[in-house]
Design a protein around this ligand. Structure first.
Ligand SMILES: NC(=O)c1ccc[n+]([C@@H]2O[C@H](COP(=O)([O-])OP(=O)(O)OC[C@H]3O[C@@H](n4cnc5c(N)ncnc54)[C@H](OP(=O)(O)O)[C@@H]3O)[C@@H](O)[C@H]2O)c1
Length: 249
């Protein structure tokens, strides 16, 4: 049976761990050539070897998405070396949670830079290519936190709310160019994301929340992404909210 993404090219940001890594593997398994971006080059090289070992085509590109030039380079290099771009998965993100009162403003800036500006830069870079091709798909990894606000998560909430608003406006702007936009909103996923939280109280709360339930695995979210990007071109899966069964909010 033909693979569903044979001949397609996908870019995945934040592919050095967690959801991004699992998504790169899943899209490659469906036949897509994958450009994988993140800052940790050695992790990208290790992932590239794994994908190549299973017969996939992969292009690692060290990228900090908060730098507009690097975001542009990720898209342009992919287009030049792999010949086109069909799917952009904006997955790179950080969750530096903590209360608003007394919060760490450096953490706030980093979240806004990575979670919001990073998504805007790569999307801005890819749209001209999608318009010439008259086809393309932007998949933005938002969160349940883009739909449900919680004390202690306010700035992360604001960034993911921003991703959702941006995605819906973008969808309306580009639909006539046959460009699709999908938001993926995972609940708790078992990844490294909490390792970077600087506030010890928030870190402990996050760990306890995760331990209290059976969290999603990155592969569960990757499967949702594969579903969205393998629909016929007249179908735009606008939004997938996916929680662990035991997650209440
Ligand atoms: N885990 C959850 O519970 C959960 C729930 C809902 C939504 N999400 C979202 O899912 C996405 C992936 O997170 P994850 O859970 O898989 O966490 P993760 O394992 O920590 O992965 C985050 C990825 O983002 C990359 N990244 C961070 N800053 C970057 C930058 N400036 N430029 C380029 N890449 C950068 C990291 O790579 P480098 O450090 O190598 O750059 C890493 O590959 C995020 O958008 C997150 O908000 C996660």
């Amino acid at each position: 049976m033909a693979l569903k993404l044979e001949g397609k090219v996908a870019i995945i940001t934040g592919a050095s761990s967690g959801i991004g890594e699992a998504t790169a593997i899943a899209l490659a398994q469906e036949g897509a050539s994958v450009a994988i971006g993140a800052r940790r080059g050695e992790r990208l090289e290790a992932l590239a070897k794994r994908i190549e070992a299973s017969g996939g085509k992969v292009l690692p590109i060290v990228t900090d998405v908060t730098d507009e030039d690097q975001a542009n380079n990720l898209v342009e290099k992919t287009n030049a070396e792999l010949g086109r771009v069909d799917i952009l998965v904006n997955n790179a993100g950080v969750a530096l949670t903590g209360n608003i009162d007394g919060g760490n403003t450096a953490d706030w800036r980093r979240m806004i830079d990575v979670n919001v500006l990073g998504v805007l830069y790569t999307t801005h870079a890819v749209l001209p290519i999608f318009k010439v091709q008259q086809t393309g798909h932007v998949v933005n990894i938002s969160s349940v936190a883009g739909r449900v606000a919680r004390a202690g998560v306010g700035i992360y909430n604001a960034t993911k709310w921003g991703v959702n608003a941006f995605s819906e406006a973008l969808r309306q702007e580009v639909l006539r160019d046959n460009i699709r936009v999908t938001i993926i909103e995972p609940g708790l996923v078992d990844t490294e994301i909490n390792n970077h939280t600087t506030d010890p109280v928030a870190k402990k709360i996050n760990e306890e929340r995760r331990k209290a339930i059976v969290p999603l695995q990155s592969e569960d979210v990757a499967a949702a992404i594969v579903y969205a990007v393998t629909q016929p071109s007249h179908v735009n899966v606008n939004e997938i909210l996916i929680r662990p069964t035991l997650q209440e909010r």
